[in-house]
Design a protein around this ligand. Sequence first.
Ligand code: GDP
Ligand code: GDP
Length: 434
Amino acid sequence: MPTIAIVGRPNVGKSTIFNRIAGDRISIVEDTPGVTRDRIYTHGEWLGTTFSLIDTGGIDVGDEPFLKQITQQAEVAIDEADVIVFVVSVREGVTDADEKVAQILYKANKPVVLAVNKADNPEIRQEIYDFYSLGFGDPYPISGSHGLGLGDLLDAVIKAFPDKDGEAEDDSIRFSLIGRPNVGKSSLVNALLGEDRVIVSDIAGTTRDAIDTKFVDETGAEFTMVDTAGIRKRGKVYENTERYSVMRAMKAIDNSDVVLFVLNAEEGIREQDKRVAGYAHEAGRGIIIVVNKWDALKKNNQTLHDFEIHVREEFQYLAYAPMIFVSAKTHQRLGELPALIKTVATNHEKRVQSATLNDVIMDAIAMNPTPNVNGKRLRVYYATQVAVQPPTFVVFVNDPDLMHFSYERYLENQIREHFDFTGTPIHIIERRRK
Ligand code: GDP
Ligand code: GDP
């Protein structure tokens, strides 16, 4: 999925434009309280092309002086984006800060589309010609708050997306390691890529820093570790900020089939862990909970059990995710990881036969009758699997409103008891039978 980054000095309207293009995707992740600028990473779609979108204005590094902040935001755009939307404001004309941003963007080897915002009416649109002086070709007049001109802008952006035709599709298992700084992601990468594994290649992605690493395990199964370079490096100031690392994690999740959600056994669970885990769950990815630094704990025969209970309580919606307790330092249980990733990837794209599925559903209903709401009983006629990654089932019923959440969960549990869907969320959709 190509990435667009919105960049520009403060108050030109970046977050207004971001929210316009984003549309409305409400989620448990984005509802998390205490996030000032509510979100900086999302998806958008224009005429059938989907993309991810970053509001670099939301990456602020605290007390840095103004010019340093906008420099860093422009650098994030250069690092992360396939196409950069450089926003200026027709109300103020070309300012020194705009020129500063332009200078940084000249050095980027990335397409830049210039958006002149706050062009709310036709008269003011005459004034966009001054912006040719910034040197990014045609300025696109838009109004973020009125939603004007965004179509033409997005047409230009999509035209500038890199050509993907030449890239060979492969069917290796794509996975990423996600977790807070210091949980041991880089150490796990190094341990997983250790001597006994053949590294096939580093694949340069469409963006400079997104480097995927391919390897083959003992059984010949091929894996692609997504954004390995992003895990390994840590230098620039913004790379240490929480919002940047959350954004980076969301991007990696979007590009993976299976997510290894890494926790630090020594430190337990934090709010940031919950945000990324919630995002991976909602994105419908396969998930494995990896508890790292298991060597660092003093243990008795209860420790593992207690730790598991604690994690299960904190992440109830991840009940389907297997947990593995490892050490990047001693390599404890690391050998089991590739096979586990493979199992989860297989379950994530598993298809079950309609006949067997319907036997399971009908038996489930016989054992535990459907709910009765105000004298009306839910009737279930037929179920069928309509998609994989994640497995998605449509259940045809007399009235979808009669399907209670708890009964849907009962059906999900029955499906899970009969088919192995370890590690993958499954989606159930009710449809009224015509
Ligand atoms: P950011 O700092 O670049 O993210 O800018 P914001 O999106 O927070 O917008 C800064 C201010 O400009 C807010 O008061 C917005 O309401 C206003 N604004 C944003 N877009 C437009 C626009 O198209 N026209 C006008 N007149 N005001 C806008
Ligand atoms: P990242 O920020 O998630 O990539 O974490 P790193 O891989 O950089 O590891 C952070 C620190 O934890 C480093 O000092 C590592 O040596 C240490 N560390 C990583 N894995 C383990 C482990 O399994 N056991 C112990 N005891 N320390 C570890």
